[in-house]
Design a protein around this ligand. Structure first.
Ligand code: SAM
Length: 286
């Protein structure tokens, strides 16, 4: 059994390096010995599939990924963790740690240079303070990856996986369902981390779609419509769109009528096709 499944070993290494947890960087490290193997197993890493990990922390998940994949590239923002990772991952020759910000790094370049053999997968216990921006960045950039498996707050997981047109859906549900098929894998209790977060977490896998499920007149406008629709989720679609897109209500109501949608409908009732229909109705040929 690896030393990295032993909480006392991890605590010992961190303390020897004088490491203190940064709340601002979302540092809650996994110490439950069953969670990382399960996550690594389910993310699709294997001897032919490389992995990009975001935020390796002390390297507990990285260690599991390195045992299954031929290559792991881990992107860690916190410089203080580099000597920790050099120690905890010293026995793996197939791991590269990059000190960079996952919100700024050129992932296309990284994939081109590090994974010329074939599309990798992404696997991460995400820093919760940037869950949405990181996920949206990874998806919007249309990276050549097979799947993205991430641990996020349970509430965020529910929102991300909710099908558009259902009560739990939000702007991120529609955006995520445009690029992939999300799957809820399993829940993780707060006691699985040091320090323990206040809320439950969940692991989800986003299976990347080859084609979006709907055709849009204009992709940029489609996402503007989705974001504006959910801006004030208690209000009617007509009011939210008018405020969010800075357009007169009459124009919005005309577009909604053209799309066959009642003006008093709500964003959470809209399916992907209906968001695409609203986009088509608002679209003006350049
Ligand atoms: N993977 C480790 C684990 O599961 O124990 C640590 C997960 S911890 C929730 C999030 C990690 O992401 C931390 O190591 C933190 O320093 C790192 N991080 C935070 N912001 C980041 C960013 N913008 N880019 C890359 N890594 C980041």
């Amino acid at each position: 059994m690896s030393k990295l499944t032993d909480i006392n070993y991890i605590k010992g290494v961190l303390s020897r390096h004088g490491f203190t947890f940064s709340k601002a960087l979302g540092q809650n490290f996994l110490v439950n010995p069953t969670v990382c193997p399960k996550m690594a197993e389910m993310c699709g890493a294997d001897e032919k599939t490389g992995v990009i990990e975001i935020g390796p922390g002390a390297g507990v998940l990285t260690n599991e990924l390195a045992q299954r994949s031929y290559k792991v590239v881990a992107v860690e923002l916190d410089k203080r963790l580099l000597p920790v990772l050099a120690e905890t991952l010293s026995e793996h020759r197939n791991v590269t740690v990059i000190n960079d910000d996952a919100l700024k790094l050129d992932f296309h370049k990284l994939i081109r240079e590090e994974f010329p053999e074939g599309d990798p997968v992404i696997c991460a216990n995400l820093p919760y303070y940037i869950t949405s921006p990181i996920l949206m960045r990874l998806l919007e950039e249309r990276l050549p990856v097979r799947a993205i498996t991430v641990m996020v707050q349970k509430e965020a997981a529910d929102r991300i996986c909710a099908a558009p047109g259902t009560r739990a859906s939000g702007a991120i549900s529609a955006a995520v369902h445009y690029y992939c098929e999300p799957e809820m894998l399993f829940r993780v209790s707060p006691g699985s981390f040091i320090p323990a977060p206040k809320v439950e977490s969940a692991v989800i896998r986003l299976n990347i779609l080859k084609e979006p499920p709907v055709r849009t007149a204009d992709e940029k406008l489609f996402f503007k419509v989705v974001r504006a629709s959910f801006l004030q989720r208690r209000k009617t679609l007509s009011n939210s769109l008018s405020a969010g897109l800075s357009k007169p209500k009459a124009e919005i109501n005309e577009a909604l009528a053209k799309a066959g949608i009642p003006a008093n409908a709500r964003a959470e009732e809209m399916t992907m096709q209906q968001f695409a229909d609203i986009t088509a109705a608002l679209y003006c040929e350049p």
